[in-house]
Write a protein that binds this ligand. Structure first.
Ligand code: IVH
Length: 675
């Protein structure tokens, strides 16, 4: 691949991965499987390695995840929480082993500890003199959310270490582990949620993440979360020589460790272990997405060090995604919130990776054409441990000639309006805003967690309300009465009262949440936040011109046009007025109106210790400043972290003020104090 092509692909991959990072880490609502995500990361890392002169300081390979949400307190980890490189085949495992031997300059076989890779949520637990003090999520690897109260509800987490044989406990230790939910508990939890009209969690990992990040620890306590510890961060007043020893001692102190962990004498043992765990995968009570291999000797680990946020002494070895063969009975169309028509294969039910699937997404017309999928085809479907199954390929040898090619409909299957495919888009859309399918998805989005967050108003209830003709748009929710609900199936006195109360409680959302809830195209949670901070009121956004919107840092012409259009569409304005009349009064948080850094433009280069770059930018924006990516004469400050790039030199040559991290922190502290 040529450099210019590589540049293009790298930038594409970075955007794509950042997008999926937000879906996964911040929304707990991933759109692709971990396997596919890992593949994207691997492709990006490989390209970046091949073209080392391309600046990677802002690449997702340089960080572990997205920045934490604002609701919890934050905890800065004593040592950074790293992530793992991946291997997908025996060859890649052997390469990992050879790389290590090469680097150590020693051909001798290496001892590895082999562990299942638990598919849950990473946590960091701080124990002082044997007492559990603070626990946090991984966050961006440096700073996570303080979920101590929620962790305390986990029954297998010792609040006090229980040293066996009078083992000496360290003065202070960071213990790393994975919080998870057993498959059976997950099934029961979902069953209950669906019964109560709430939406089901997509998989145990999402359920664990959602439970751990509950603001109300009493809810967490009702979810049977569990924990496996697999490592140590910083440690004072004690040391270990091997990883095996570390794990054994953690166990002796009363911390839960995984019973499947083994010691391997060489790479062949590792591959054997991988096959073994894969064969017992379905029988394990928890979900795993691979195994982890770790060099046993801690002094060798030290010598090997790390590369781009992952240790060279460990690797995650993934399982092949689970596949099965089945038959396509029909192809139907689903209509989403923005009117996008998604073709879905209806298949003869088949068991894949332990669950029965009967539907698989075909994404769009181009994908169908590329794979040449027809009704009546025998196909291979894949479920990569989670989310939406997909059709991998058609088995052409099974064709009889009676298969029917699929054509996208010209009319929306739900409302009959015209379907269009816009320039430059792969998707077909129904453009009728009054399409019932769009209305339903719009309302679901409106009440969802990132939006108005109306508790107890799940998908089923939304459909029920629509079918009963009680609502036609989001604003109608606020006119519902208890009596109306009691007419419906599944509502009793208490549940009707609860829902009415939850709806009423949503009347004063933060402006950014209302903006997100409205479902304006291209306005996700991040853009909504910027808009809310910059404009400060719905009225200001409504009356802003496209030029004014584009002038806001972080909002490009496409987003600006979409916002402008939304607020000039009579149907939308009608709903906005209705919401106002219903008493919806969004508020803007105190910081949002800060002007302490107004007019000041910042550019970041190099990595900061105290926060992710995303977070630093957010702080600047919160204080009324702007964060851009290129240094010019107009730039007020360049903030230089560790290993700054070419922006540093440019700032120097232009005479732009350069701040190190300490000075930057001082500046924002002072700016914050001006409030
Ligand atoms: S070791 C430097 N061991 O996998 C080593 N991680 O990207 C860092 N995970 O979210 C991790 N089981 O929480 C390690 N036995 C295990 C694990 C494990 C699950 C998770 C970890 C992190 C991801 C690593």
């Amino acid at each position: 691949m040529e450099r210019s092509q590589a540049l293009k692909r790298i930038s594409e991959l970075r955007d794509l991965i950042e997008y999926h990072n937000r879906r996964y880490y911040q929304l707990d609502d991933p759109e692709i499987s971990d396997y596919d995500y890992d593949k994207l990361m691997q492709e990006l890392a490989a390209l970046e390695e091949r073209f080392p002169d391309i600046d990677r300081s802002a690449s997702p390979t340089q960080r572990v995840g997205a920045s934490p949400l604002e609701k919890f307190g934050t905890v800065t980890h004593l040592t950074a929480m790293l992530s793992l490189g991946n291997a997908f085949s025996e060859d890649e495992v052997s390469e990992f082993d050879e790389r290590i031997k090469r680097q150590l300059g020693d051909k001798a076989e290496i001892d590895f500890v082999t562990e299942p890779k638990i598919d849950g949520v990473a946590v960091n637990l701080i124990y002082e003199k044997g007492v559990f003090r603070v626990g946090a999520t991984r966050g961006d690897g440096f700073t996570g959310e303080d979920v101590t109260q929620n962790l305390r509800t986990i029954r297998t987490l010792p609040l006090k270490m229980r040293p066996r044989d009078h083992h000496h406990v360290p003065d202070r230790i960071e213990i790393r582990g994975e919080v998870y939910l057993e498959k059976e508990s997950f099934r029961k939890l979902n069953e209950r949620r669906v019964e109560q009209g709430e939406s089901a969690f997509a998989n145990p990992r999402n359920a664990a993440a959602g439970s751990l990040r509950q603001l109300d620890p009493r809810i967490t306590a009702r979810r049977p979360l569990d924990l496996f510890c697999y490592g140590v961060g910083s440690i004072e007043g004690k040391s270990f020589t091997t990883h095996w020893d570390t794990l054994k001692t953690l166990g002796d102190w009363g911390l839960p460790t995984n019973p499947e962990i083994r010691l391997a004498r060489n790479v062949r043992d590792c591959i054997g272990y991988w096959r073994h765990i894969e064969s017992i995968r379905e029988t394990l009570p928890y979900e795993i997405d691979g195994i982890v291999l770790k060099v046993n000797s801690l002094s060798l680990q030290d010598r090997l060090g790390m590369v781009s946020r992952s240790p060279r002494w460990a690797v995650a070895v993934k399982f092949a995604p689970t596949q099965a063969t089945t038959f396509i009975e029909d192809i139907v169309i689903g209509v989403g919130r923005t009117g996008v028509l998604t073709p879905v294969a209806v298949m003869k039910p088949v068991r894949v990776g332990g669950v029965t699937v009967s539907r698989a997404t075909l994404h769009n017309e181009d994908e169908i054409a590329k794979k040449d999928v027809r009704i009546g085809d025998t196909v291979i479907v894949q479920r990569a441990g989670d989310v939406i199954p997909e059709v991998v390929k058609v088995i052409e040898s099974k064709r009889t000639g009676r298969e029917k090619p699929f054509r996208m409909p010209e009319k929306c299957p739900v409302c009959g309006s015209k379907v269009v495919r816009l320039e430059g888009e792969v998707a077909h859309r129904c453009i009728d805003l009054a399409c019932p399918a769009q209305i339903r998805e719009n309302i679901r989005h409106f009440v969802s967690r990132g939006g108005m967050d109306i508790e107890g108003l799940g998908d089923k209830i939304v459909s029920q309300l629509l079918d009963a003709g009680l609502i036609r748009d989001p604003a109608d929710l606020y006119a519902l009465t208890k009596e109306q609900l009691l007419e419906l199936d599944r509502f009793a006195d208490k549940s009707a009262e609860n829902l009415i109360a939850a709806i009423a409680r949503s009347k004063h959302p933060p402006l950014e949440r209302l903006l997100f809830a409205l479902g304006i195209r291209h306005v996700g949670e991040y853009v909504a936040k910027i808009l809310s901070k910059k404009c400060g009121s719905l009225g200001k956004i409504e009356t802003a011109s496209q030029e004014e919107l584009t002038a806001i840092d972080g909002i490009g012409p496409t987003i600006a046009e979409s916002i402008y259009r939304f607020f000039h569409e009579p149907h939308n304005l009608k709903i906005l007025r209705k919401l106002e009349q219903a008493g919806i009064r969004p508020f803007v948080e105190k910081h949002a109106t800060s002007t302490a850094l107004a007019g000041k433009t910042f550019v970041f280069t190099g990595s900061l210790k105290g926060f992710s770059r995303e977070k630093a930018k957010e702080i600047v924006v919160t204080l009324g400043g702007a964060a851009t990516s290129t240094v010019s004469k107009k730039t007020d400050y360049v903030v230089a972290g560790e290993d700054p790039g070419s922006k540093f030199d440019k700032a120097r040559s232009l005479g732009v003020a350069i701040l190190d991290e300490e000075k930057f922190v001082k500046l924002i502290r002072e700016a914050d104090g001006k409030e």
